[in-house]
Design a protein around this ligand. Sequence first.
Ligand SMILES: Cc1cc2nc3c(=O)[nH]c(=O)nc-3n(C[C@H](O)[C@H](O)[C@H](O)COP(=O)(O)OP(=O)(O)OC[C@H]3O[C@@H](n4cnc5c(N)ncnc54)[C@H](O)[C@@H]3O)c2cc1C
Length: 378
Amino acid sequence: MTRNRADVAVVGGGILGLAHAYLAAKHGRSVVVFERGPRAQGASVRNFGMIWPIGQAPGPMHEMALRSRRLWLEALEWSMLPFLPTGSLLVVYREDERAVVQEFCELTRNQDYGCEWIGPDAVVSRTNAVRTEGLLGGLWSPVELTVDPRLILWQFPEFLAAQFGVQFCYGTVVRSIDLPVVEAGSQKWEVQSAIVCSGDDFETLYPDLFAESGINRCKLQMMRTRPQPGGWQLGPSLAAGLTLRFYDSFAICKTLETLKRRIASETPEYDHWVIHGLVSQTAGGELTLGDSHEYGRAVDIFDKPKIDELILRYIRTFLAAPNLEIAQRWHGVYSKHPEKPFVTMCPVDHVRIVTAAGGSGMTLSFGLAEKTVQEMGL
Ligand SMILES: Cc1cc2nc3c(=O)[nH]c(=O)nc-3n(C[C@H](O)[C@H](O)[C@H](O)COP(=O)(O)OP(=O)(O)OC[C@H]3O[C@@H](n4cnc5c(N)ncnc54)[C@H](O)[C@@H]3O)c2cc1C
């Protein structure tokens, strides 16, 4: 049997796989990408499309997110795929939320976040999408970008194929990697290196490594509205107080404890399902709304209407969009380590597993890929 050849095999056509394919190809490597589905169907097409550096803890993770954002911009501009430089706005209605946001601005003043506390008038000048009753102000950040994840994940491969000759094998499961041979579907490929970005599939490749890695699954429920009428624009992607207890960035704030205690006693149901409220808008005008977090290796295949109601109840407290009728509901699953912001494993020389970027995989994808490509000397 004649063997197909490439320098690098990438397993997984999600955003981590595509980012690795892009950077390896940019460095002159011939690349083949294997994806189990007829097209990407994992976490990468089920998210908000938020490139969200403000969620990363100060230091190396925030630096990686900013580097990743720059690489995202390079890739988006080169491929002429659409994105919106929306920035982000975390709106504040409670004094304990204001305390956290102001402390965060103070603590990160000399770092590269570029965010600032703004009062209610300045919030309203940036968006007409938020409720003004009781509005105390917000955390404005100009850095965040918004992409349409489905469009990017399905069209970026065309750019990679046309620009760099990256080969894509969809509907093809990689069953084993024993370098130089990769067995994928009914094909055998000969490659020098392999990068495994298999998302929440822990069973097909290196199951023993995954079993002992501590990596878990997390299920998130999501919704999308119909396109908003009359070309109504959200402006910046929105978050609110509950988000302050979610991202690592805000964990540096001492004032966070008071807010957490208040939420635990006032609305324990939000803690139980780890709910916060994020809103982004697609190029088609729909609003993407979410989300909740249920952790565990076994993912409940059924969604819980109660969780959707809780998410909507919270989002209605700050979002003033013309039409919140829900047109789509789905859930996504990502892999996550309880302590680490991502996981890389090296089962043998020239093979890397890169996974578990949790709720920040879109944000970190290109930065993580750059790190892998450098470490592997590609
Ligand atoms: C609801 C939701 C909202 C989110 N919102 C955001 C956000 O706004 N911003 C952000 O930064 N992050 C967000 N995230 C996180 C982000 O989406 C994920 O971290 C990221 O998409 C993970 O990318 P991935 O390529 O590792 O995994 P996936 O997208 O799941 O891709 C893995 C792919 O590998 C394939 N595969 C697995 N094993 C094999 C095999 N053996 N052979 C062939 N193919 C295989 C699978 O079919 C799959 O397509 C969100 C996640 C979810 C679920």
